[in-house]
Ligand binder design. Structure first.
Ligand code: 13P
Length: 249
């Protein structure tokens, strides 16, 4: 069996201040003890602070979005090269909040993932169905469509440069987690689906996200196709985040 990297990635979303970030970054970097790969995805303005705080530490960091373009007249956007100027090694693309509030399309998500991979960074491609889509029996169809748009970059990227995060929209920030069995079933589906378009999917880490907490992480991460987690709310509390990291290690 292929050994896949186990990841715990914190998505801070639009949270934090200089003061709270300093405490959180210090506590997380001081408290981790190896095992899983750890990273935090911070708001753009705090990349410099994060770079300074995590210098020499075993915690990676990156952004929550990236432009698909390399430079030019794209007001408000931030390129992969700009992220790299601050030492960022990864970024999320296609988070459901961006798909929903910023109307990001599957094609834009794929272009963003390609921009990251072309820059030598890791793209964390987020996929997941809404409650209505699940209740209509379309969860796999939706996730498959989201993945298919990224088929080129997923199958062409060097090893380790693509991570997939399955985040059912109905489980994000709601306290309602997919059961370990539901999550495992979708992860196994995702792995098979990526194989269909030629990806070496046994080597691609697939993370679960959506109300992962210290109390449910171990059961989720024990599933054979769940290679770690993408953590929202619990990533803002160092002790919770570290407990989740320990569950993945
Ligand atoms: P919560 O862990 O707060 O549910 O958020 C999950 C998420 O969206 C991570 O990207």
């Amino acid at each position: 069996m292929t050994k896949r990297t186990r990841w715990v990635i914190g998505n801070w979303k639009m949270n934090g201040t200089f003061a709270t970030n300093a405490a959180l970054l210090h506590a997380v970097s001081a408290g981790e003890s190896g095992g899983a790969s750890i990273a935090v995805c911070v708001p753009f303005p705090y990349l410099a602070q994060t770079q300074a705080a995590l210098s020499g530490k075993a915690v990676g960091y990156g952004a929550q979005d990236v432009s698909q373009h390399s430079s030019g007249a794209y007001t408000g956007q931030v390129s992969a090269a700009m992220l790299q100027d601050f030492g960022a090694t990864l970024a999320l693309v296609g988070h459901s909040e961006r798909r929903q509030y910023n109307r990001e399309t599957d094609e834009e998500v794929a272009a963003k993932a390609s921009a990251l991979v072309a820059a030598g960074m890791t793209a964390v491609i987020c996929v997941g169905e809404t409650l209505a889509e699940r209740e209509a029996g379309n969860a796999e169809k939706v996730v498959s469509r989201q993945l298919a748009a990224c088929a080129g970059v997923i199958s062409g990227a060097p090893a380790g440069k693509i991570v997939v995060a399955y985040e059912p929209v109905w489980a994000i920030g709601t306290g309602k987690t997919a059961t370990a069995a539901e999550a495992q079933a979708m992860h196994a589906f995702i792995r098979g689906d990526m194989r269909r378009f030629g990806a070496r999917s046994d080597a691609i880490s697939i993370l679960y996200g959506g109300s992962v907490k210290a109390g449910n992480a171990a059961e989720l991460f024990a599933q054979s196709d769940i290679d770690g987690g993408l953590i929202g709310g619990a990533a803002l509390i160092a002790s919770d985040f570290l407990a989740i990291v320990a569950a993945a290690s």
